[in-house]
Structure formats: structure tokens, C-alpha cells
Design a protein around this ligand. Structure first.
Ligand code: NDP
Ligand code: MG
Ligand code: MG
Length: 339
């Protein structure tokens, strides 16, 4: 069985007298910095020159420095910039300034697993990877709960790697939910697999295609939106509570029967998943992504443009604005629409 750690398994005093640098103040960065700070940890945020996030982090009462300065004074450096920029940040700003023996931390194993970042052996290297979006990591912590994490130690020169990882996980609130032991390899490969095949690449395309098939057949877009998008969250809530059996149990027998005999996700889909898994395992997905990024991300930008204009995205914003119960989420949504 997997090793799972909870609240009593982490000791915050491991971080006493230590400075934690959070590099980046985006989705994960703001959540880690604020949660650590509220847990009593000494935090400094490292941002690039002219960063649009400097004022934002300062307004929230955090100390902000340049990346080289933050790295130079830190005992633990958590890199929370986008994966494709981490190698450059490491080489230019962190590696030349990092203290002897300072720990390096990640929220995703990508750069260590695929070898884009190769820290020298005297640095502990650990991972605390929230299995949820950064804004939820902050929201749950503030509500007295936490988002579960997976955690791993890749380099452990002093033998305190796990103590650091669990203290860090506790400080961001994750041990309230649980931390599962993993490796950089397992986390990286399963994280990429999940987001590519199910969470994003699977669900997003199902929703998009379902909406188009219905509206092409002449049904009202408002109705189609409800059927293939809005209700999804309610089904997923039930799945989250009690698995597939609970979401099926709560739906009608008619719905269940239609589910069992549906052929959209068939053996062809399994074979495509295995294909994408293999591209993750052999590093070719990572290489394709990094090569495109190194060239200025032409393919990525083109795809972003294409997918941000699919038909459901035209009616979605108008419909959501009409939902009186949805105003709470409007702020995050505005941010998402401007990304
Ligand atoms: P974001 O895209 O939200 O990070 C943006 C932040 O990184 C901004 O503060 C930005 O600075 C900063 N940044 C970008 N480029 C540089 C640079 N060259 N030098 C310094 N800072 C830079 O990242 P995420 O939070 O999405 O991802 C961070 C890590 O967490 C990744 O490893 C990701 O895989 C992992 N992760 C992310 C999850 C998520 O919820 N998004 C979930 C679990 C793990 P500026 O403010 O100046 O623009
Ligand atoms: Mg993930
Ligand atoms: Mg991911």
C-alpha cells in the first residue's frame, strides 16, 4: 500500500530558523508563499526584474527580492515558475547564488526527471506537488483544509530530505488532506498522463465536441451548455466523494444504461492513451514541448489561439454571467480569460 502521511507526521520546527524562497508568484507560487507565511515560516518571494507580480506580493505582506538575491539567502528554494523556464532560471539566477547545502524543491518533477536541471549532490532535492490548482491550494488552506500532495525525495545528502518535505507539505496545509509518497519519475509521468488524457485533453475535448454535435444538430446552445458542461461539476463532485459507483448511483437507470452501452471511449481511446503514455515515458513529449518553447513557442501559441476560440467558449462567458450563483468564481474567471 502507498505510504500516506498526515498532520502529525510533519514537524514545522524543521523549518525554524530557515528561510524559504518561493520563485514565482503565479498559481502555485502565491498559494505556497501565503500558506507558508501563515504557518509561521520565514518566506521571501523571488521575482524577475519588472515583474507584474511584485506589487501584488507586497500588498499581501510578503517580502520580495530578485531571484538571485532570494536564492542567495534561502535554505529551501521552491521553484514555482512555469516548467519550461525553470532550467534558465536555475542556470542564470539560482545555481550561481545558491548556498552550500540549500535544498531545492519542486511542485512537479519535470525538470529533474528529464534532466533539464542537474543540481550538484550536496543539495537535497525534494518535491511537494499539490494535486490541485494553486488557487484552490490557497482557498482550502484559508478554509482550514488542504489540497493533497504527492511528495518525493530525489537527493538526500544529509538524510533530512523527508523531514524537509513533510514540514513543507504541512506548512502549505497539505497534510490536513494527506501526502502520498512517490518518486520524481512516477509523479512526472502520471501527472503528464492525467492532464493529457483525462483531466484536460480528455474532458476538455469531450465537452467541446459534445457541445458542437448538439448545436450542429439544431439544439439551443444554452441547453447544450448545461448538458455537456455545467452539469459536469456535479457529476465530478459525486465521483470525488464516492467514485464512479456513486455518480452512477445518483443518476437515473436510463442514464446508467446509456453510460454502459456508450462507445465513444472505446479500445481505440485506450490505444491512444498508451501511445501518449509511451511519449511521456521516452521523453519525446517533453522534448517536443521544450523545443517549441525554445523556438519562442510558435506551436503552443497557435494552439492556444485555436482552442481559445472553440464554439463553446463563445457562449460560455455570456451564460456564466447570467448564473446568479456563479459570481463568487467571477474573479478567478476574469483572470483566466486574460491569460
Ligand atoms: P505560473 O504560470 O502560474 O507561474 C507564473 C509565475 O512564474 C509568475 O510569477 C511569473 O512571473 C513567474 N515567472 C515566469 N517566468 C519567470 C522567469 N523567467 N523568472 C522568474 N519568474 C518567472 O506557474 P504554475 O503555478 O502553474 O506552475 C508552477 C509549478 O507548479 C510548475 O512546476 C507546475 O508544473 C507546478 N504545478 C502547477 C499546478 C497549477 O495549479 N498550476 C498544479 C501542480 C503543480 P511574473 O509574475 O513576473 O509574470
Ligand atoms: Mg497535475
Ligand atoms: Mg502538471
Amino acid at each position: 500500500a502507498a505510504q500516506i502521511w498526515y498532520e502529525d507526521d510533519g514537524d514545522l520546527s524543521v523549518l525554524d530558523g530557515k528561510k524559504v524562497a518561493i520563485i514565482g508568484y503565479g498559481s502555485q507560487g502565491h498559494a505556497h508563499a501565503l500558506n507558508l507565511r501563515d504557518s509561521g515560516v520565514d518566506v521571501v518571494v523571488g521575482l524577475r526584474p519588472n515583474s507584474k507580480s511584485v506589487e501584488f506580493a507586497k500588498e499581501q505582506g510578503l517580502e520580495v527580492k530578485s531571484v538571485p538575491e532570494a536564492a542567495a539567502e534561502a535554505d529551501v528554494i521552491m521553484i514555482l515558475a512555469p516548467d519550461q523556464y525553470q532550467k534558465g532560471i536555475w542556470e542564470n539566477d539560482i545555481e550561481p547564488n545558491i548556498k552550500e547545502g540549500a535544498a531545492l524543491a519542486f511542485a512537479h518533477g519535470f525538470n529533474i526527471h528529464y534532466g533539464y536541471i542537474k543540481p550538484s549532490e550536496d543539495h537535497p532535492v525534494f518535491m511537494v506537488a499539490p494535486k490541485g490548482p494553486g488557487h484552490i491550494v490557497r482557498r482550502e488552506y484559508a478554509a482550514g483544509r488542504g489540497v493533497p500532495v504527492v511528495t518525493a525525495v530525489e537527493q538526500d545528502p544529509r538524510g533530512d530530505g523527508w523531514d524537509l518535505a513533510l514540514a513543507y507539505a504541512k506548512a502549505i496545509g497539505a497534510l490536513r488532506a494527506g501526502a502520498i509518497k512517490t518518486t520524481f519519475k512516477e509523479e512526472t509521468e502520471t501527472d503528464l498522463f492525467g492532464e493529457q488524457n483525462v483531466l484536460l485533453g480528455g474532458v476538455n475535448k469531450l465537452v467541446e465536441m459534445g457541445f458542437e454535435v448538439l448545436t450542429d444538430a439544431g439544439y439551443q446552445p444554452e441547453i447544450a451548455y448545461f448538458e455537456v458542461c455545467h452539469e459536469l461539476k456535479m457529476i465530478v463532485d459525486l465521483m470525488n466523494e464516492g467514485g464512479l459507483n456513486k455518480d452512477r448511483w445518483s443518476c437515473s437507470d436510463t442514464a446508467q444504461y446509456g453510460d454502459y452501452v456508450n462507445t465513444v471511449i472505446d479500445e481505440h481511446a485506450r490505444e491512444r492513451m498508451q501511445y501518449h503514455l509511451q511519449r511521456i515515458q521516452d521523453g519525446s513529449f517533453a522534448q517536443e514541448f521544450m523545443d517549441d518553447q525554445a523556438a519562442g513557442a510558435p506551436k503552443f501559441k497557435q494552439l492556444q489561439e485555436e482552442y481559445s476560440n472553440v464554439r463553446i467558449e463563445e457562449v460560455g462567458p455570456k451564460l456564466r454571467a447570467m448564473f446568479s450563483w456563479n459570481n463568487e468564481a467571477a474573479k478567478d474567471a476574469d483572470e483566466a480569460n486574460s491569460f
